[in-house]
Design a protein around this ligand. Structure first.
Ligand SMILES: *Cc1c(COP(=O)(O)O)cnc(C)c1O
Length: 371
């Protein structure tokens, strides 16, 4: 526990991240590579803490998005390949030069910038030609049109010598969509190779994330780029385990009479006399305000329902049936325990979103304690 005694905190289970990574590496087909995606501060887990864990298992490629993340990865001592998993602004590319970030290229202006930086000896990394083959329409180049094909040729004429990868990102990992997107991506990559001097054996052709790896569809990709799977979001049946607990404390216990209203706007009322625990976590800490009924927390290894609207720094749970509860008790909002586990599926329903959204939010809004 940090000396400052935080009101709410995330416990990060490093051993589980390592185990999840080991399981994920075991799923990668022979001859394919693996890129550990540590964007969003390693999905809220703390990038500096996660880098050594992936290095330990021989991972040599890390995916990031922001320059701050690239800085952190190098500061943590990583000497391998850093790939940026989105387009970057000219200044962003310029500011990342010393960290040797492999950039994506999907426009002539980026190709021209890279060509100039290469000519002056300042850019020495690889580029990845990013194609919009899989329905994202986020930042990849669309080459199903003649105009897109012309741009693609110009990019290769301008900065072809730096291109070491061709990539895309799947917008859907449902088996049917995945087969179709993967096929289209391979066709487009083949078109690029046929219309340039790029040599297939020198180019990493890559698409596919965690969902692709566990999809059961054997797609053609030289490398899987996986984030979510490291944090136990998917496939508990294969042994993947969530890597973060979110906890706070009981700060008050009071009994209120039947009929009393609970929380802002009197949105909830007690059916009878009830003992309520005030807990030191609120929407400031990522216990989202939209939860109104249906939320649960775990205290003393039992589940207790959350009542009323969420306050900025507090929630209220009904502990009438849990006589043992005391002020100072730890309350779990998310995580495993012997008899009262709060699972990903429960919080996804409760907070109406996906685990990646919750992890990144919780990790930023709470103190982090490492196991
Ligand atoms: C985030 C991201 C990934 C990793 O996705 P997960 O679902 O977390 O495995 C891979 N590729 C790109 C381009 C991404 O943006």
């Amino acid at each position: 526990m940090p000396a400052s005694y935080p009101a709410s905190w995330c416990t990060i289970h490093r051993d589980r991240i390592s185990r999840n990574l080991e399981l994920a590496l075991g799923l990668v087909p022979n001859g394919r590579r693996f890129c550990a995606v540590l964007k969003a501060d390693a999905y809220g887990h703390g990038i500096m803490q996660v880098v050594p864990l992936v290095q330990e298992q021989g991972v040599t490629t890390i995916g990031i998005t922001s320059n701050a993340e690239a800085d952190a990865v190098r500061k943590a001592g990583f000497k391998g390949t850093i790939i940026r998993l989105r387009a970057a602004t000219p200044l962003e590319i310029e500011t990342a030069l010393e960290n040797h970030v492999e950039e994506q290229v999907a426009s002539l202006s980026t190709a021209e910038q890279i060509a100039a930086l290469t000519a002056s000896g300042r850019f020495t990394s690889r580029l990845h030609l990013s194609l919009n083959a899989a329905g994202m329409a986020r930042d990849g180049l669309e080459i199903s049109t003649t105009k897109g094909q012309d741009t693609c040729r110009q990019i290769i004429d301008t900065a072809g010598s730096r291109i070491g990868g061709i990539c895309s990102h799947f917008s859907s990992n449902a088996p049917g969509d995945l087969r179709q997107s993967s096929e289209l991506f391979q066709q487009q990559a083949a078109w690029v190779l046929a219309n340039s001097d790029l040599k297939r054996e020198q180019i990493l052709v890559h698409a596919g994330s965690s969902l692709t790896l566990v999809s059961g569809v054997d797609i053609d990709t030289d490398m899987y780029r996986c984030g979510a799977i490291l944090y136990g979001i998917l496939k508990p049946e294969l042994g993947f385990r969530p890597t973060m607990d979110v906890e706070a404390r009981v700060v008050s216990l009071q009994t209120y009479p039947g009929g009393a209203s609970v929380g802002y706007d009197r949105s909830s009322h007690l059916d009878r006399d009830r003992r309520l625990a005030c807990i030191s976590i609120g929407y400031e800490n990522g216990y989202r305000r939209l939860v109104q009924g249906g939320g649960v927390v775990a205290v003393r290894d039992a589940l207790a329902p959350v009542l009323g609207k969420v306050s900025m720094n507090a929630i209220v749970a009904d502990v009438t049936d849990l006589d043992q509860v005391e002020v100072g008790d730890t309350v779990r909002v998310f995580g495993e325990s012997k008899t009262a586990t709060i699972r990903p599926s429960m919080v996804e329903r409760q907070f109406e979103t996906i685990m990646a959204d919750l992890y990144t939010d919780w990790g930023q809004r709470n103190a982090r304690v490492y196991r």
